[in-house]
Ligand binder design. Structure first.
Ligand SMILES: Nc1ncnc2c1ncn2[C@@H]1O[C@H](COP(=O)(O)OP(=O)(O)OP(=O)(O)O)[C@@H](O)[C@H]1O
Length: 262
């Protein structure tokens, strides 16, 4: 009898190809993110980091390869003697395990803060309103936004909106949280607030996190692994300490020198 592997990676990309016209953005990309890992993807602008997150949210479709979430193929699977697309219903079930926070917050402008957070749990997860409100209040407390529960998004600063967006993503009980440049649209003095919220999530939950950021502080303070991505492939991976003090690949050395000297 063959022993079962003890853990299945939370995320696995196998030979994933993604093109936009002639632009080959992912060129046979392979990497895994283990359960509970906090992984930061770094790399040059325009290299395809956001595309990786969008593929995981099914906002884009791969042109080749396999994407697995908790070992479940997310795009195609091999059935009989051919590759077939995963039926939409199964895709959306898998997709529900994944939450995402975007650079531009993407809150619903006509809803209050509380409604933004309870909308998904009530209408998608089928939770009762009372239960959704109770959990939303708990999360608003956690991100320091309890006093703003009845405000509309346009009455909030960017940093406050982003904290609500994080609470909204967590309200869906994701196993995996994707964070795409969540502080790029924020003033520098507010970045630390959002960083604090993410550190707290990392310290108090076992959610798997995949972050794309230009803020090397995030990579250092939130993540336990850093992947350097360049020209469609992972060129180096290491723990943050090693990546920032002793990168081995010349592309990583050049990239880190450029961003850290800025
Ligand atoms: N919908 C699209 N249509 C056409 N090209 C696209 C589309 N989305 C992304 N691209 C292209 O794919 C490449 C990778 O973009 P992506 O946003 O994933 O990069 P990135 O590494 O996240 O960049 P940044 O760090 O600047 O956010 C870029 O060349 C971009 O122009």
């Amino acid at each position: 009898m063959t022993a079962e592997p003890t853990t299945t990676p939370a995320i696995e990309f196998r030979d994933v190809v993604k093109r936009f016209g002639d632009n080959v953005v992912l060129d046979g990309l392979g990497f895994t993110v283990e359960q509970g890992d906090r992984v930061t993807l770094i790399g040059p602008s325009g290299s395809g980091k956001t595309t990786i997150l969008r593929l995981l949210m099914t906002l884009e479709e791969a042109d080749g390869g396999l994407i697995l979430v908790d070992g479940d193929p997310y795009t195609h699977e091999y059935r009989g003697d051919k590759w077939v697309r995963i039926p939409e219903k199964r895709r959306s079930q898998i997709r529900r395990r994944v939450g995402m926070v975007f650079q531009q917050f993407n809150l619903f402008p006509n809803m209050t803060v509380l409604e933004n957070i309870t909308e998904g749990p009530i209408h998608v997860l089928g939770k009762s309103r009372a239960e959704a409100v109770r959990r939303a209040e708990e999360l608003l407390d956690q991100v320091g936004m309890a006093e703003k529960r009845d405000a509309k998004p346009n009455q909030l600063s960017g940093g406050q909106q982003q904290r609500v967006a994080i609470a909204r993503a967590l309200a869906m009980d994701p196993e995996i949280l994707l964070l795409d440049e969540v502080t790029s649209a924020l003033d520098p003095e507010i970045v630390a607030d959002v960083l604090g919220v993410l550190r707290q999530i990392a310290d108090t939950t076992d959610i798997t996190m995949l972050l794309v950021t230009h803020e090397m502080r995030f990579a250092r303070e939130v993540s336990n692994r850093v992947l350097m991505f360049d020209q469609g492939r992972i060129v180096e991976e290491a723990d943050p300490e090693t990546m920032f003090t002793a990168p081995t690949h010349e592309r990583t050395q050049a990239f880190l020198k450029a961003v850290l000297d800025r």
